[in-house]
Write a protein that binds this ligand. Structure first.
Ligand code: 5GP
Length: 176
């Protein structure tokens, strides 16, 4: 099987859109301190790039949930592999996702984080694939709405590969 990557969103487009989202967050939160909760591992590049453009005091937290197991389809079963290390009660939290696909991960994490009583909880995803939605969930900040394709790059992987690509691409698996 040959793996081919077709560029969907360039580095320049990512930078421009991430600046726009950061400006919006800066307006919405003004002088409020924020905790950014990054969903590992796919959200890492997005978190570091957006955080540099935020003007508030920003704390970093990480959470790891399994839903994909090395392939291109979600198992539908979710487990927390790594939990938050700080108390978010009474804090303003922005959950950062790489991509919302079926919506299962995001809706699970919303319920999970809400139970911890944050002052506010906003959802920010770099990519949104609304055509694949199984659970009705909407993000407050969306980078790009994309078609139904398997995406790699800029944090997103295929069998742990391609996370370091500076752009977003569609993965094509061709029989040679
Ligand atoms: P959901 O629970 O919304 O179906 O999926 C969310 C998670 O599945 C994302 O955080 C991401 O890790 C993974 N995922 C969904 N779609 C894609 C995709 O097109 N490419 C990659 N690499 N991961 C995806």
């Amino acid at each position: 099987m040959r793996e081919k990557i077709e560029v969907l969103i360039t580095e320049e487009q990512l930078d421009k859109r991430i600046s726009e989202i950061a400006n919006q967050i800066n307006k919405d939160f003004e002088s409020k301190d924020i905790i950014l909760v990054c969903v590992l591992k796919g959200g890492v590049m997005f978190m570091t790039d957006i955080a540099k453009k935020l003007k508030q005091t920003v704390e970093f937290e990480f959470i790891d949930v399994s839903s994909y197991y090395g392939g291109t389809e979600s198992s539908g079963k979710l487990t927390i592999n790594k939990d938050l290390e700080t108390c978010i009660e009474g804090k303003h939290v922005i959950l950062l996702e790489d991509i919302v696909d079926t919506g299962r991960t995001l809706s699970y994490l919303i319920e999970y984080l809400k139970e911890k009583n944050p002052a506010s909880l906003k959802l920010c995803t770099l990519l949104d694939k609304p055509s694949r939605r199984v659970v009705d969930v909407n993000a407050d900040y969306i980078g790009f709405t994309i078609p139904d394709a398997f995406i790699v790059g800029y944090g997103l992987d295929y069998a742990q590969k391609y996370r370091n690509l500076p752009y977003i691409g569609i993965l094509h698996l061709d029989n040679e």
